[in-house]
Design a protein around this ligand. Structure first.
Ligand code: ADP
Length: 242
């Protein structure tokens, strides 16, 4: 829904960013003792936890695949995550986001290594501020690495969009609510292919190309932040000179 809102002032966006600038992102790896892998992400005003279990025997058994593990992704938003208290429990939106998260992550995992097993990803949104599916996918892929699930690559995600006829990166809440288009993307960086591409709103063919290019650039920046978070967890400082 468009609204009469001033999206740009002296070339800067509502929150002071340039059109191609991400919000601040901070990722922590291994935040829960009891899950096999976990992460926490702060992305602008979004605060999201992710816990991974598995690979373990798939249950109920009729879900088992003889040639690979199945990936289950659950996305949940806390009642207090949004301005108006959200009704607790499953929602259509949550089911949809769980499904697209699974689709975004699956091509990056070596699920064929674990027949009849399942890998479970739980995403808990504690505070939402637009772009939670991208932040959730980004956090989940780091938590999967933390769980030691064999992967071909990490999966960074990020949205591009259109406000005031301009293509911008990583929509903030006002831009998401009142802008003209929202394009959440997840990237398989080594293959240079998108594993998530959704679109809400209108874009011309040229604008779509521009949004995909900008979104790819954003995903590659997110990818660096993911790698840094994992390095911080696993790479010890060089102590050979001590
Ligand atoms: P995403 O979080 O991936 O951008 P949406 O486009 O569906 O997904 O939601 C945009 C934003 O709208 C969310 O990040 C959240 O801030 C807000 N939102 C989503 N669901 C609700 C809800 N039930 N009540 C209030 N705000 C919501």
């Amino acid at each position: 829904m468009e609204k009469d809102i001033k999206f740009f002032t002296n070339g800067k966006r509502i929150d002071g960013r340039a059109i191609d600038e991400l919000r601040n992102i901070k990722i922590e790896v291994g935040v829960f003792k009891r899950a096999d892998g976990s992460s926490y992400i702060e992305w602008g005003g979004n605060k999201i936890y992710c816990a991974v279990y598995g690979p373990r025997e798939a249950y109920p058994r009729f879900l088992q695949k003889s040639d690979r593990a199945i990936l289950k992704c659950r996305y949940n938003m806390a009642s207090f995550a949004v301005e108006e208290r959200k009704r607790p429990g499953p929602s259509r939106r949550g089911v949809e986001i769980g499904k697209v998260t699974q689709g975004a992550l699956e091509p990056a995992l070596l699920l064929e290594n674990f027949p009849k097993c399942m890998v479970e990803v739980n995403i808990e949104v504690i505070q939402a501020d637009a772009g939670t599916r991208c932040a959730g996918i980004t956090a989940a892929s780091v938590a999967l690495a933390n769980a030691g699930i064999p992967m071909k690559e990490l999966v960074p995600a990020c949205a591009a969009g259109k406000v005031d006829d301009k293509i911008v990166l990583d929509l903030c809440k006002e831009e998401d609510n009142y802008g003209q288009a929202d394009l959440p993307l997840a990237l398989l960086p080594r293959r240079n292919e998108f594993s998530l591409l959704q679109m809400d709103g209108d874009l011309s063919e040229e604008q779509l190309e521009e949004a995909l290019d900008l979104g790819r650039k954003g995903c590659l920046e997110v990818y660096e932040i993911q790698k840094e978070a994992l390095k911080k967890k696993y790479v010890k400082e060089d102590v050979s000179n001590e």
